[in-house]
Each structure stands twice: as structure tokens, then as C-alpha cells.
Design a protein around this ligand. Structure first.
Ligand code: NAD
Length: 250
């Protein structure tokens, strides 16, 4: 149970982050949501989870500092917000590269550096970074995402070592394809980049990677996050758990 634990989950108004927020709240944690969305929908989520919401844009280091000051000490930090862009490297818009590195990698550095002093003071902390199968292997046309996720995996290992004697663990969860808006929204660009139909992208590009031939459920990723927050997981740090239907076993 996570009663008396405060959890900030970035990018938790949708998809995997929302599933993690729901699962942590179900374990009794006080949850702080972050992410974009329609005001009424977010208010309903806060009501459902007994949560609060912070709308900071995590591509902006100053906004992250403001969020961390406003939110106050957190025991559990889930760096989950992320975005994707699919294009050949020679056509990859430089501003998309910068945005993906800022959101998928640098934001985790900024939240972590600001959350760690409080975790150290309390002698307990859980940092969970939503990486990706693309933190372990690459796919074409996703240069920024693959670079950011490999970077996030390395960052996680470094902080795990730094924090190992402070009761603070840092781990990655690396999902394969999970059916969320992030995946759905990349289908048109992948169709264009590869000259394929929507059905071919789903079956021959996305699910072709996963030996199980099925999408991962957000709830299954959330269950791993809950386990990593448990006392039983106190000895797990610097790890990178693939939940990818066998993708990275090949
Ligand atoms: P999603 O698009 O459903 O959710 C993304 C969340 O991030 C939303 O809450 C959105 O509002 C928030 N967000 C976007 N830009 C933001 C910004 N600038 N500042 C603050 N919040 C912002 O995506 P998802 O599929 O749930 O992805 C969540 C994480 O999981 C990402 O890091 C993604 O890379 C990773 N991931 C997803 C998959 C997948 O197949 N869906 C696979 C592996 C890893």
C-alpha cells in the first residue's frame, strides 16, 4: 500500500501515465497529475482519483521548476510525458528534434534534480521513468525518439548509482507498442514515410515487432510501476524492465 506517499506522474492526462496514476491512487497514494487536455475532462479525473493537476509544459525548464515548487515534496516521481515524430533523418524537422529531446529526456533530468533533495531528506524515494523498447533497440525514422529514450535509460542508471545508499530507487519501464493516442497519432506519418496503408502499418510495422502480435495494455505497465514502488522492490534499482511482448528478445 502506498498510503502517505505523494506521487507526481508526468503526462498523466492520457494513456500510460493515466493508467499509472489510477493504479497508484488505487494503492492509496496522493497523486498529482500533469499533462494537457480539456479542462472538464481533467477536473473529472481529479475528482475520480482524489488528485490535483499541474498543467506545466515540460518542454520548458522554467515551467518545470515552477511545477516542482508548487507541487512540493514527492515520494514517487514518474517521468512519463513523451511525444513522437516519425520522419527520415534528412527531413526530420530540427524543432521536432529539440522538442522530443526536451520532453522525453531533459524534463526527467529537471524533475529529478528538483525532487531528489526531498527524497534524500526523507530517506525514501521511487523514480520510475517510462522509457520504451526504443531505449533498447532502434527503428528507422525515429531518430530523435530513439536517441532520447536511450539517453533516458542511461540517465536512469547514473542516478540509480548516485542514490543507491539513500533508500531511493530509479528504474525504467520499457513498453513495446501500447495502444494510446501516441501510437495512433504516428500512424499517418508512418504511412507517409513508408508508403503503406493504415492496416499495413499496424500489422506489418507495429505488431510485426511484437512476437505476441498484440498491443501491451496501459494497465500492465501500471502494475509494474506499482510493484517498483513497493517495499519488495527496494533492491531493484538501475534496472530497465521491458514489457514488449518479446520484441527486444530477438
Ligand atoms: P499519450 O500521448 O497518450 O500521453 C502523453 C501524455 O503526455 C499526455 O498526458 C500529454 O498531455 C502529456 N504531454 C504531452 N506533451 C507534454 C508537455 N509538453 N508537457 C507536459 N505534458 C505533456 O502517450 P502514451 O503512449 O501514454 O506515452 C506515455 C509515455 O510512454 C511516453 O514517454 C512514451 O514515449 C512512452 N511509450 C509509449 C509507448 C506506446 O506504444 N504508446 C511505447 C513505449 C513508450
Amino acid at each position: 500500500m502506498l498510503t502517505n506517499r505523494r506521487a507526481l506522474v508526468t503526462g498523466s492526462t492520457s494513456g500510460i501515465g493515466l493508467a499509472i496514476a489510477r493504479a497508484l491512487a488505487a494503492e492509496g497514494a496522493e497523486v498529482i497529475l500533469n499533462g494537457f487536455g480539456e479542462a472538464g475532462t481533467i477536473a473529472a479525473l481529479c475528482e475520480e482519483l482524489g488528485a490535483t493537476h499541474n498543467a506545466a509544459n515540460l518542454m520548458d525548464a522554467g515551467a518545470i521548476a515552477g511545477m516542482m515548487a508548487e507541487v512540493g515534496p514527492v515520494d514517487i516521481l514518474v517521468n512519463n510525458a513523451g511525444m513522437q515524430h516519425v520522419a527520415p533523418v534528412e527531413d526530420f524537422p530540427a524543432e521536432k528534434w529539440d522538442a522530443i529531446i526536451a520532453l522525453n529526456l531533459s524534463a526527467a533530468f529537471h524533475t529529478t534534480r528538483l525532487a531528489v533533495p526531498g527524497m534524500k531528506a526523507r530517506g525514501w524515494g521511487r523514480i520510475i521513468n517510462t522509457a520504451s523498447a526504443h531505449a533498447l533497440v532502434a527503428s528507422p525514422y525515429k531518430s530523435a525518439y530513439v536517441a532520447a529514450k536511450h539517453g533516458l535509460a542511461g540517465f536512469t542508471k547514473a542516478i540509480a548509482l548516485e542514490l543507491a545508499t539513500h533508500g531511493i530507487t530509479a528504474n525504467c519501464i520499457s513498453p513495446g507498442y501500447v495502444w494510446t493516442p501516441l501510437v495512433e497519432n504516428q500512424i499517418p506519418d508512418t504511412m507517409a514515410a513508408r508508403g503503406l496503408t493504415r492496416e499495413a502499418v499496424i500489422n506489418d510495422v507495429l505488431l510485426a515487432k511484437q512476437p505476441t502480435k498484440s498491443f501491451i495494455l496501459p494497465e500492465d505497465v501500471a502494475a509494474m510501476a506499482v510493484f517498483l514502488c513497493s517495499d519488495a522492490a527496494r533492491g531493484i534499482t538501475g534496472a530497465n524492465y521491458a514489457i514488449d511482448g518479446g520484441w527486444t528478445a530477438e
